[in-house]
Design a binder for this molecule. Structure first.
Ligand SMILES: NC(=O)c1ccc[n+]([C@@H]2O[C@H](COP(=O)([O-])OP(=O)(O)OC[C@H]3O[C@@H](n4cnc5c(N)ncnc54)[C@H](O)[C@@H]3O)[C@@H](O)[C@H]2O)c1
Length: 249
């Protein structure tokens, strides 16, 4: 039997939702997970639960829009655990403003968290991966970035289209160092974020989903784990659609 080599995995936005489920999947496999999130209470609570179950999940208070905060937290994690093997850029916020009501502040906040945050984290982590000539970056985009969004605001859809662009650009740049970069575009997924839609809007979205159900966080978590696995070593620059068929790439 082959021995499993535990990895160090940084996951942003893992205090809840898709990121938390992804953290659970990696931790259950024996990896060291570091949760980067602004929600200390939820994040620390989650880490306590995981540790009590014998798994290795630590919390780091990080606002991914803050360059210094990101750099020092990545450096600390890399020193503490001997490098960074996997980065999952999952933190994000939803925007439901209409086009005409999208203020500059809304646009900047959504771009800051959803797009700049993933850029800053990738930039901070990449040198550690390049040094090892190995690494995986998995970004969480959205079907809104593929379709323009059924009910989401313009800043959200554009930030997620940007994540797809960032993924492809970085995949080319990091390939010489044997680092793969991919993204997943989830459809409406059963988390607090999707609960911001009214029930009428959720029904309107589901009517357009051929499989007619919400994606579960675990559906995304397992795909992230696959993209970080050896089985995916020749996959880079892709956007994997997991959405019940609302967008078929
Ligand atoms: N739920 C959906 O329907 C859906 C669909 C497609 C894509 N996505 C994407 O999946 C990702 C996860 O979404 P979710 O549904 O789990 O959302 P969620 O709201 O449940 O969790 C988001 C997490 O990000 C964290 N976060 C927010 N701002 C942050 C910041 N500045 N720094 C660090 N952490 C921050 C929050 O504290 C929270 O823990 C997001 O990028 C989202 O856009 C979600």
């Amino acid at each position: 039997m082959e021995l499993y080599m535990p990895r160090t995995v940084i996951i942003s936005g893992a205090s809840k939702g898709i990121g938390k489920e992804t953290a659970r999947v990696f931790a259950a496999a024996g990896d060291q997970v570091v949760v980067f999130d602004v929600d200390r209470e939820k994040g620390e609570g989650f880490c306590r639960e995981e540790k009590a179950a014998g798994r290795k999940v630590d919390f780091s208070a990080v606002d991914i829009t803050n360059t210094e905060n990101v750099r020092s937290a990545v450096e600390k994690a890399a020193n503490q655990y001997g490098g960074v093997d996997v980065l999952v850029n999952c933190a994000g916020i939803l925007d439901l403003h209409s086009f005409s009501e999208t203020t500059e502040e809304v646009w900047d906040r959504v771009m800051g968290i959803n797009l700049k945050g993933a850029f800053l984290l990738s930039q901070a982590v990449l040198p550690f991966m390049s040094k090892n000539k190995s690494g995986r970056i998995i970004n969480i985009a959205s079907s809104a970035g593929r379709t323009g969004g059924v009910k989401t605001g313009v800043s959200y859809s554009v930030s997620k289209a940007g994540i797809i662009g960032l993924t492809k650009t970085l995949a080319r740049m990091a390939a010489p160092d044997k680092v793969t970069v991919n993204c997943i575009a989830p459809g409406t997924t059963n988390t607090d974020m999707a609960r911001q839609f009214s029930s009428e809007d959720t029904e309107a979205i589901l009517r357009q989903v051929p499989l007619h159900s919400l994606v579960e966080p675990e559906d995304i978590a397992r795909a992230v784990y696959f993209l970080a696995s050896d089985s995916a070593k020749m996959i880079t620059g892709i956007c994997l659609d997991i959405n019940g068929g609302i967008y078929m790439g």
